[in-house]
Design a protein around this ligand. Structure first.
Ligand SMILES: Cc1ncc(C[n+]2csc(CCOP(=O)(O)OP(=O)(O)O)c2C)c(N)n1
Length: 377
């Protein structure tokens, strides 16, 4: 296994000491090491992977140093545009290393949302003409690979990728704590929300553990899963999916269960929601100030005013709550008044070790959901 500390120190001794990206579960240990040991102005946890490429490009322009952008392979899509139209050698020719967590690697079992992405990851890099190597799984070989790729990247002045297989990095536990003393955690507050909703409510829930917790709660209560569209991939797009549904189902309440990292990733979506202002849409952001599902690295969830952002985009009502009692009150109001409404629930960082995963396939989820919302074939 590769020791996170040795890997990062090798990068630094080869002149790569500026980092930007979105954390990933396969990169959890190395991202945690960076979070703890690199100052926040040299490790920018960006809204999305495209922004990370932008920040990295800016750093190179100002310093001539090769930066490193980290991401899960799901984030390649967010990064394609700035990689091809900014950093590419036929445009501004900007060198940067991309450290990419390889979810869904062929032959390694993974969740459905990662299978296609994993199968085409290397082909996508080839199609973008981005040279890549798979990081060897021992410190010494990994260090040699890093040295050679930094040299090549510097010489050719274009992006190069280091692809990381599952289990490559040895353990490192995040020491940095997001300051968060909220009384209730995400799962408990989600249960409180679910218990307060009428049975015909439509739910679109975000990527990561929130959807898994929702799925398990339905099982526990022997309730239908059909009301819930689980956005297992496509991080940041739950609110847009909810908007699309809400506009075509004006007589049904649609609830988006969002995360702060996901909200921030595609924050522009709230401008469309506010502008179109569907009265039946309630947007709930479970804000723990962290990317809890992939290791707890901080987001800017507590540094920005999410209700104010929503209001300034045209939401009719927006507020922050943090206790179970206030969650219930906020939902009562939301059910009585016209939306779009945003409820930010500030929650503490916690999740269960034994949290399961959906037992139905995404296609089964889709078919049942479409039937539930009255769109049966
Ligand atoms: C485009 C993309 N980038 C990164 C990921 C990896 N990922 C999955 S869940 C998650 C964290 C989500 O954070 P947040 O929305 O704050 O929810 P939390 O896990 O804290 O409940 C990340 C980064 C992804 N699935 N897709």
């Amino acid at each position: 296994m590769v020791t996170p500390e040795i890997f990062i120190k090798t990068l630094q001794s080869n002149g790569v000491s500026f980092f930007a990206g979105v954390p990933d579960s396969l990169l959890k240990n190395v991202c945690a090491y960076i979070t703890d040991n690199v100052s926040p102005d040299r490790n920018i946890i960006t809204a999305n992977e495209g922004s990370a490429v932008g920040v990295a490009a800016g750093h190179y322009l100002a310093t001539r140093e090769v930066p490193l952008v980290y991401m899960q392979n799901s984030g390649i899509g967010n990064a394609v545009n700035p990689l091809l139209s900014l950093a590419d050698e036929k445009v501004y020719s900007i060198p940067m290393l991309l450290m990419i967590g390889w979810r869904g690697e062929p032959g390694v079992h993974d969740e459905p949302q990662h299978v296609k992405q994993g199968a085409v990851t290397l082909e996508l890099l080839d199609a973008m003409q981005i040279p890549w190597l798979v990081l060897p799984e021992e410190d010494e070989d990994a260090a040699k690979a890093v040295e050679s790729i930094v040299k090549e990247c510097t010489k050719t002045c274009k992006p190069h990728a280091i692809v990381i297989k599952k289990g490559t990095f040895g353990s490192y536990k995040l020491q940095t704590n997001v300051l968060n003393e909220n009384p209730v955690c995400r799962e408990e507050s989600m249960k409180c929300v679910v218990d307060s909703l009428p049975a015909d409510s439509i739910i679109v829930s975000t990527t990561g553990k929130l959807s898994r917790e929702l799925y398990e709660y339905r099982d526990e209560k022997e309730m239908t899963h059909a009301s819930d569209f689980l956005t297992v991939g496509s991080m940041g797009h739950s609110s847009s999916i909810a908007l699309g549904i809400a506009l075509s189902r004006p007589n049904r309440r649609v609830f988006c269960f969002d995360g702060d990292g996901a909200f921030i990733m595609h924050m522009g979506a709230v401008s469309n929601i506010g502008h179109l202002a569907p009265r039946n849409l309630v947007h709930i952001v479970f804000n723990n100030g962290a990317h809890e599902s992939v290791g707890g690295q901080p987001t800017l969830g507590f540094a920005i005013d999410i209700p104010e952002i929503a209001k300034s985009c045209g939401y009719r009502h927006a507020e922050t709550v943090s206790t179970l009692e206030d969650i219930k009150k906020a939902l009562e109001t939301a059910l009585k008044t016209d939306g779009p409404t945003l409820i930010e629930i500030t929650v503490c960082i916690n999740s269960r070790e034994n949290l399961g995963r959906p037992k139905t396939t995404p296609i089964e989820n889709k078919e049942a959901f479409m039937k539930f919302i009255g769109n049966e074939r």
